[in-house]
Design a protein. Structure first.
Length: 394
């Protein structure tokens, strides 16, 4: 096995919940030494965000914290701050996802840490940025959905506004944060200079809507891919089918053949063009819904695929995890945790042929590596005992 791409890169990780940990886990998966700074007693908020028999080592925490070492430090004490500064002195990257200004109040802002380590890459993910009217607001996924316009957009106005049930904003912003760190590392290799990396959930959600935003800004028109007339989700006798009627010369004709309607609706004047289909979308969708409801998902998938139409069964997460494609893509892994037992989780979605992601460490127990990490940074057993006696370490 070749050396991993980020071997030798040291990361001091203040992140918690999801945005930041999703970023730092991928850094760790590809070789970075990630030192996770946690609060004594409680640690990362995701350790206590759900009620689970495993307590602090519950599946939510375990899912995004492998390949990290946990150090519990009271960062509000002077001695605790000094411990962190010693770690930063040798680090390549510091990552956080607190509200704007929190790292500065702790004494760990960019300028403060740059004075300790001029080559440091200081990376921060916030909810709305470090300036402006919303900088004080917490970076929470659902709030970013609401503020950015993502929540407002739906297939039709008669559908209720709702929360997207997966943490779309956290994950997207976490990936942007990782990209920023990698870019800064590349730049430092060329220039020898560290720098500040900042991302915001608000920006990531706006950026996800690049096509829609450009159309709105330049034409005053809405682009809504979910509202396309020949696409949708339709219930069957035993589930549901998703259809995308696009990328073909006459997709409506082919849908009519697949659904065995006995008529090519594209020959009707009211459905002859895309503009007409958009105008009469409710009627078209009603026809589709009635037809899909008379047979099974497998039956309609077969019929649609015979017409080379884009389609898929609507799966539950449980079904997707059990799918053969998930196994073929090596998206599941087993971790053997000392207290939680064998834990199944998702592996990295980036597949490198020569330097693939590796699980070198299972997710840490709270404070598991405090002594190990600080010993590496020159602390003696007597010093560690003194810090622990004074409540600086757990």
């Amino acid at each position: 096995m070749n050396e991993q791409p980020l071997s030798g890169v040291s990361v001091v990780d203040f992140t918690q919940v999801y945005l930041g940990p999703s970023c730092t886990q991928l850094l760790g998966d590809f070789g970075a030494d990630v030192i996770k700074i946690e609060r004594p007693g409680t640690g990362d908020l995701s350790r206590t965000s759900i009620v689970d028999p495993a307590g602090l080592d519950n599946p939510v925490f375990l899912s995004i914290n492998r390949n990290k070492r946990s150090v519990t430090v009271n960062t509000r004490s002077d001695q605790g701050k000094q411990v962190v500064l010693e770690l930063v002195r040798d680090a390549d990257v510091v990552v956080s996802n607190f509200r704007s200004g929190v790292m500065e109040r702790l004494g760990f802002g960019y300028d403060q840490l740059k004075a300790v380590n001029p080559k440091l890459i200081w990376a921060s993910g916030t909810g709305f940025g470090v300036d402006g009217p919303y900088k004080h607001k917490g970076g929470q996924d659902v709030l970013a959905q609401a503020y950015s316009g993502v929540m407002w957009r739906r297939a039709s106005d008669d559908l209720p506004l709702t929360v997207y049930p997966t943490t779309l904003c956290d994950y997207t912003t976490g990936m942007h944060l990782m990209q920023g760190i990698l870019l800064a590392l590349l730049s430092r290799d060329r220039t020898g200079q560290g720098q500040k990396v900042e991302v915001a959930m608000y920006d990531s959600m706006l950026h996800m809507q690049m096509q829609e935003a450009c159309m709105q800004l330049n034409r005053g028109r809405e682009v809504n891919w979910a509202a396309m007339p020949l696409s949708g989700v339709f219930e069957t006798t035993d589930g549901a089918v998703c259809v995308v009627g696009a990328f073909k010369q006459n997709p409506l004709r082919d849908i009519c053949m697949a659904l065995e309607l006995g008529e090519d609706l594209s020959l009707r004047p009211e459905y002859a063009t895309l503009a007409e289909q958009i105008e009469h979308r409710p009627a078209l969708q009603h026809i589709f819904r009635e037809r899909f409801a008379v047979n099974s998902t497998d039956y309609w998938i077969k019929r649609l695929e015979e017409q080379d139409l884009l389609c898929a069964p609507v799966r539950t997460l449980e079904e997707a995890l059990a799918d053969e494609q998930t196994e073929v893509n090596r998206m599941l892994l087993d971790m053997h945790h000392p207290t939680a037992g064998t834990v199944q989780a998702l592996s990295a979605p980036i597949h490198l042929s020569g330097t693939p992601a590796q699980v070198r460490r299972v997710p840490p127990r709270l404070g598991e590596h405090s002594d190990e990490v600080l010993t590496e940074h020159g602390y003696s057993p007597a010093q560690l005992a003194a810090l622990r006696a004074e409540g600086v370490l757990q």
